[in-house]
Ligand binder design. Structure first.
Ligand code: SF4
Length: 354
């Protein structure tokens, strides 16, 4: 059976849910190496060798929601909260641009202090002052707000669904609705954003079938970007005491996401580096990933954006992160992209594609 599944991969035929479950269950080192090798071949064929860097700016850790796995949920009263001003955000974008990042990712909790008017103003000013693509990761808003943000110049939007299992989704998200989340992903595409989503690996109660369905969902949604990171337990959440997701299962899901989606951008996530600081991101880049998101958030705020504990790279300034990241990528013999790193699915629509 395994032989047939690898044959399907080599012939670029679609994998079924059962095929994916079978591959997710692999334990044999040689078979795993074979899977990772196939994923790396697909990565090279569809998205090339370049690694795209996105400068991550975590501009607010306030959140109106209470997701049960998240360290910055509103119920975590122990967390010191912060918001960056428009001026601070602009100054941080300038740092990102100086370091050569052609994309900035503006990420926050669901913080309604930043009205759509405030965000539109920030986006316009970034576009006037810097030559960067803008990705937003600010959670759920109305369709009209997403439209206004896109008109102002936001190019991309990230919003994860975390799991495609409805029942698990509602257990994890006391104040979010699965159908609404999926509706938002459809809206964002319709509006014209390059759209990213993703899942967590090793959530309490998650099965291999769930993960296989997640991977097929990435394909169905035709996502431009897919983030896959391990669940890391935070003690100030209702899920305290649960085991973390594993690096090994995260690797398998990244590899299969590459094989199934082919040309999506896939980041080697910080959560992966947190569980395996020595080479978690490098390994991910060798089995399907093609994006890294160095943190450019001012160091004084970084430790406070604690989605999960013991996050790596919280003490470093942006310059140190850049030097470290460049070294890691070059050690793999991979070039760093000098372009914006837009979606491979939209290349024909983007005159400035690069
Ligand atoms: S996962 Fe996002 S929406 Fe949920 S509590 Fe954390 S920051 Fe807020």
């Amino acid at each position: 059976m395994l032989k047939d599944i690898f044959k399907k991969i080599d012939q670029e035929r679609e994998l079924s849910k059962e095929d994916i479950v079978c591959l997710l269950a692999l334990k044999d080192e040689q078979e795993l190496a074979r899977l990772y090798d196939r994923a790396d071949t697909v990565r090279q064929k569809y998205v090339g060798d370049e690694v795209h860097l996105r400068g991550l700016i975590e501009f607010s850790n306030y959140c109106r929601k209470n997701c049960n796995y998240c360290g910055i949920r509103r119920g975590n009263r122990k967390l010191q909260r912060y918001r960056m001003s428009a001026e601070e955000i602009l100054a941080t974008v300038a740092v990102a641009e100086r370091l050569g990042y052609k994309t900035v990712v503006l990420q926050s909790g669901e913080d309604m202090y930043y009205t759509v008017g405030k965000l539109v103003d920030i986006i316009r000013r970034i576009k006037q002052e810097a030559d960067v693509a803008i990705t937003l990761s600010i959670g759920e808003r109305s369709r009209e707000e997403y439209e206004r943000l896109h008109e102002a110049g936001a190019d991309r939007f990230l919003i994860r669904f975390e799991t495609s299992n409805r029942e698990l989704y509602s257990r994890l998200h006391p104040d979010s609705d699965y159908d609404e989340r999926m509706q938002i992903l459809v809206w964002l595409k319709e509006i014209g954003y390059q759209v990213g989503s993703g899942v967590m690996i090793g959530l309490p109660g998650q099965t291999l079938e769930d993960l296989a369905m997640d991977i097929l969902k990435f394909k169905e949604l035709d996502l431009d970007m897919v983030g896959v990171g391990p669940y890391i337990c935070h003690e100030e959440t209702p899920l305290a005491g649960n085991a973390n997701g594993t690096v090994e299962m995260t690797f398998k899901v990244i590899a299969l996401t590459r094989i199934v989606t082919r040309d999506a951008h896939i980041p080697a996530t910080t959560a992966l580096a947190t569980l395996r600081p020595t080479d978690g991101r490098e390994k991910a880049l060798e089995l399907g990933a093609n994006v890294v998101m160095p943190n450019v958030t001012p160091a004084k705020y970084r430790a406070l954006y604690e989605l999960y504990p013991a996050k790596v790279c919280i003490g470093e300034e942006a310059e140190q992160c850049q030097a470290c990241m460049h070294g890691r990528i070059y050690s793999l013999g991979r070039p760093i992209s000098q372009g914006y790193g837009h979606s491979f699915k939209r290349a024909h629509l983007l005159p400035q594609y690069g």
